[in-house]
Design a protein around this ligand. Structure first.
Ligand code: FE
Ligand code: FE
Ligand code: FE
Length: 195
């Protein structure tokens, strides 16, 4: 096997393990999310992630290599942090908890974006253009997810700032894209900490 192919297979084995772990973690992220749109984003990305696993298997087939995962320690760490974020969310305001979930999820997406970019460059170098095309599809999904998370974070961040200023904001109206400040949110679960 050429050294470039060896590198590519190594990257793909890491990705396969990373994606499989993520497929196990995303339902927990979705369950923990308070904002319905964030929950929906995690659920949508779970379906995409399952497709990405299938795509990776297709790529291994194309390369006539066994689809053997290699433990991705980085994703294990990122998911462990995500789990911590979920647990810490119980003691946080719903908005704050969601923003922390988004932060954890974007770290994951950036790791994947980096990994798919590298794998695609290696596939192109080998002239494996069908593999490169499949990798581009997954890369696009990771980039879209990252961008969507940023879009979802913006109104939450505004709301948190207003909360900090002591304003009462209706979470539902923010979620629907209508930023009119009205009734206090009933979804708040900030503990009576005097904050
Ligand atoms: Fe992925
Ligand atoms: Fe890794
Ligand atoms: Fe992803």
């Amino acid at each position: 096997m050429s050294q470039v192919k060896e590198l590519l297979v190594d990257q793909l084995q890491d990705l396969l393990h990373a994606e499989a772990q993520l497929a196990g973690a995303l339902p927990k992220m979705a369950e923990a999310a308070n904002c319905p749109k964030l929950k929906g984003a995690f659920e949508k990305h779970l379906v995409e992630t399952q497709g990405q696993i299938e795509r990776l298997k297709q790529i291994f087939d194309q390369l006539s290599e066994p689809a053997e995962p290699k433990p991705c320690k980085a994703m294990m760490g990122l998911i462990a942090e995500g789990q911590e974020t979920i647990e810490e969310g119980d003691d946080k305001d719903t908005t704050s908890a969601d923003l922390a979930l988004i932060a954890a999820a974007q770290r994951v997406e950036h790791y994947e974006i980096s990994a798919y970019g590298t794998a695609r460059a290696l596939a192109r170098q080998l002239g494996e253009y069908e593999c490169a095309r499949l990798l581009t599809q997954s890369l696009g999904e990771e980039e879209s997810t990252d961008a969507q998370l940023t879009t979802l974070a913006n109104p939450l961040l505004q709301q948190l700032t207003l909360d900090d200023a002591g304003a009462s904001v209706n979470l539902e109206s923010v979620n629907s894209g209508d930023r009119i400040i009205s009734k206090p949110s009933s979804a708040r679960k900030r503990k009576a900490s005097g904050a």
